[in-house]
Design a protein around this ligand. Sequence first.
Ligand code: NI
Length: 257
Amino acid sequence: MLIDTHAHLDSARFDNDRELVLERAKEAGVERILNVGFNRETIPSTISLAEANDSIYAIVGWHPVYSIDMQPQDLDWIRELSSHPKVVAIGEIGLDYHWDTSPKDVQHRVFREQIRLAKEVNKPIVIHNRDAHEDIVRILKEERADEVGGVMHCFSGSWETAKLCLDMNFYISFGGPVTFKNARVPKEVMERVPNDRILIETDAPYLAPHPYRGKRNESAYVRMVAEAAAEIKGITLEEIAKITTRNAELCFRLPQK
Ligand code: NI
């Protein structure tokens, strides 16, 4: 039994076969999926998906790439949705210095506002971090994000950065890249992260694991991430499934199965 802690199954790339994708996830032992809505279009589609499927939960927030578009009423909207019974976290929020679609100062403001919101409504946060390790850690510290904690989604940083995040009460989540043959750093980081702080995810439709690299990702493939984790940790797939499921239940306060 596995949990895909980060997916975008509301994406148009699943419009032709979403039911089959959900079926394949079930067949692969993926019992629960956390779907992430991150802007004006994907937040409503994420909520609808979660309302229509018992096995799907919602995470809502404003992605840093769209920071420039966020209006004050959007923050109010996210605050209202945070009390929806299927909403388990605020995200994905953070900083993205790769795409550079929103100025850094705007990204910082929107990130800080959403950390404060998460603390106000007492929900964990899901962090998107692209090429912004230092500023992410600094802002999380300054805003005392450790009071809510959460997860570093699809973590791609060094062990030093991971350690700083662990110290702030965050889980470290790994996706498809940890299955790539040449992924030396993610494998090393995963080996060192304590078992009780590891999560697994797909980020579907992005970042498909080996041997589907470059293709559309889907929640069933979180199994390959789990297999890689079992190998790196030197434990069985059953053990890694149990550990990561328990971690996800604690991090997102999901009903325990
Ligand atoms: Ni994502």
